[in-house]
Write a protein that binds this ligand. Structure first.
Ligand SMILES: *[C@@H]1O[C@H](CO)[C@@H](O)[C@H](O)[C@H]1NC(C)=O
Length: 342
């Protein structure tokens, strides 16, 4: 009998058992941590939070306007030579909107027009609320989406130039949720009237959007084209050539304002021919999609909101609530491009 050998076998067995246990514990931990990374997000909660963030940003924007403490500075000039101002309204609304959303959804990538200094104190910013009465009433069925598929675009103060001129109607705050690059949820808030328009494509639109406007293209044979105040002159020539001498060109500030004007039937189309940033467009794009309108570049392509590094659109914009192909064709006809019958 060899006692020593059997003891040795048992010792080895114990070692094997220990190694196995370590492996099992490691696998368990590793499995858990990858699960944490694959966070899924309730789009219904994110919609409610987006409305809350836009409305809180709006409160900051209007309080600073009322107190006349804008502390306007210039970010430089746009390509077209217009002044590009930034104010305390932009920066403080950014801090409120960005950090309230980030505190509620730490796993989501948020892209904002503005930035704050890294040492800014955000302890007083409350997390965005995950419930909103309009959303609870309008959205019956939630949708869960992996956080990595989501990009949130925020514009803490659209129409800053008009804000400095005290042209309050044009000012909006905006939040947009893109899922895999598609504009899916849009919120446009008007701080000075209190209106909040929101939509979730294929799911629901806000009470404020449920009354359709007159939406009549070519009322009295006239196309009503809304364009930027800063280069209305240039677009007037283009619009007249495309839609006839009687074309009415409506100059206005803010991409959010202009898109809502199309939604409300105050204009047939919003045309923009120079570079524009995607945080100016995404929320309006989602709202138009939800109402079966359309937004494309002037080349007729959809805008992709999936990559933060491609935040600039240099292809122009056409936004309509109906007859998109018609407007696109007329505008493209100017470029001398050969048109195919639709
Ligand atoms: C939007 O316009 C583009 C370009 O004309 C077209 O390809 C697309 O089908 C339109 N989408 C909707 C929803 O009408």
């Amino acid at each position: 009998m060899n006692l020593g050998a059997s003891v040795r076998v048992n010792k080895c067995g114990l070692c094997v058992l220990l190694v196995l246990m370590v492996v099992v514990v490691a696998l368990y931990k590793y499995g858990n941590s990858t699960e944490l990374k694959r966070e899924v997000v309730s789009l219904r909660s994110l919609l409610a939070a987006s409305i809350d963030a836009a409305e809180h940003g709006g409160k900051v924007v209007s309080a600073i306007r009322e107190a006349a403490t804008l502390h306007e500075q210039s970010k430089g000039k746009t390509k077209e030579g217009a002044n590009d101002p930034v104010t305390d309204g932009d920066i403080k609304s950014h801090i409120t909107m960005f950090f309230s959303l980030q505190k509620s959804f730490p796993g989501i990538k948020i892209i904002s027009e503005e930035h704050s200094l890294s040492d800014v104190d955000v302890s007083s910013v409350s997390p965005a609320a995950l419930l909103h009465p309009e959303v609870t009433a309008a959205v019956a069925e939630d949708q869960m989406v992996p956080a990595e598929d989501i990009r949130v675009w925020i514009d803490p103060l659209d129409a800053t130039q008009e804000y400095t001129e005290n042209l309050r109607d044009y000012v909006t705050t905006m939040v947009c949720v893109a899922v895999k690059g598609h504009p899916t949820i849009g919120v446009i808030h008007k701080p000075f009237s209190g209106l909040t328009a929101w939509a979730w494509v294929g799911k629901a639109v806000s009470p404020a959007l449920r009354q359709p406007g007159n939406q009549g293209a070519f009322k009295d044979d006239v196309a009503h084209i809304i364009v930027s105040r800063s280069h209305a002159g240039d677009v007037k020539a283009v619009a007249t050539a495309a839609f006839g001498a009687k074309t009415e060109v409506i100059p206005a500030g803010g991409a959010g304002y202009k898109t809502l004007a199309v939604v409300e039937g105050k204009a047939d189309a919003y045309v923009h021919s120079t570079a524009i940033k995607k945080w100016d467009l995404c929320a309006g794009n989602a709202i138009l999609f939800a109402l079966h309108g359309n937004m494309t570049t002037l080349a007729g392509t959809r805008l992709d909101y999936g990559k933060e590094e491609y935040y600039k659109n240099e292809e122009g914009v056409l936004a309509t609530i109906k007859n998109h192909a018609f407007y696109l064709q007329r505008l493209q006809g100017l470029g001398g491009k050969k048109q195919k019958a639709a």
